[in-house]
Design a protein. Structure first.
Length: 201
């Protein structure tokens, strides 16, 4: 815990050093890919798609950020057994909101048409910095890892260049915006595809 606190303090200094060429208002578009090839029904139909792709939009300001699902303009079409079929897209109702002043994170979702609101505080509980660094869309990133349900590995890459504890979906609370997530060794991946600093709704 002391080591993590020390590293975060160093990161805070790193963030300050980027202050002249970084802003805290902008937009990030993410693409998520979920591997569904393990689905028993899908294995019986090799002509069916093996991935579900979705797009998410994140708008952020110094006060707050909101991550929402971005509907696709076109639906997936494919051929199976000589027939042309169209895959209907599932559009999640999820909205992920952060209030930076209170450090509160809210996740609004719907299940069986019933609304649910999940509230938490921004933190890195359970996450460990690995020391690995990389580049995503030209932004220097730092890797963090955690384990869920004892067997599911999750890694996230965040950038101190965007000085807010934001990111896609529930992957927030880091000392910089999260630009890449790998859940369960590639079974679910979220990648930033575009960043527009200064862009507002």
């Amino acid at each position: 815990m002391k080591r993590l606190a020390l590293v975060l303090a160093i990161l805070a200094g790193t963030v300050s050093s980027f202050g002249q060429d970084s802003t805290t208002t902008g937009y990030i578009r993410y693409k998520s890919i979920r591997d569904i090839s393990d689905n028993e029904w899908m294995r019986r139909r090799p002509d069916m798609p093996t991935e579900v792709t979705q797009q998410w939009e994140l708008y952020f300001t110094p006060e707050s950020s909101d991550c929402t699902f971005k509907p696709e303009e076109e639906e997936d079409e494919f051929n199976t057994g000589g027939m042309r079929m169209r895959m209907m897209r599932w559009e999640p109702k999820d909205v992920y909101h952060i209030d930076f002043a209170t450090q509160f994170f809210q996740h609004y979702t719907e299940f069986m048409t019933k609304p649910f609101l999940i509230t938490d505080t921004l933190n890195m509980d359970g996450w460990k910095l690995t020391g690995k660094q990389g580049i995503v869309l030209g932004y220097p990133c730092i890797e963090a890892r955690t384990t869920k349900y004892d067997t599911v590995n999750i890694l996230a890459w965040f950038t101190p260049r965007i000085r807010l504890k934001t990111g896609p979906q529930e992957y927030v609370g880091f000392p910089g915006a999260v630009l890449y997530v790998d859940y369960d060794d590639g079974r679910y991946v979220i990648t930033a595809e575009a960043i527009a600093m200064g862009k507002t709704r």
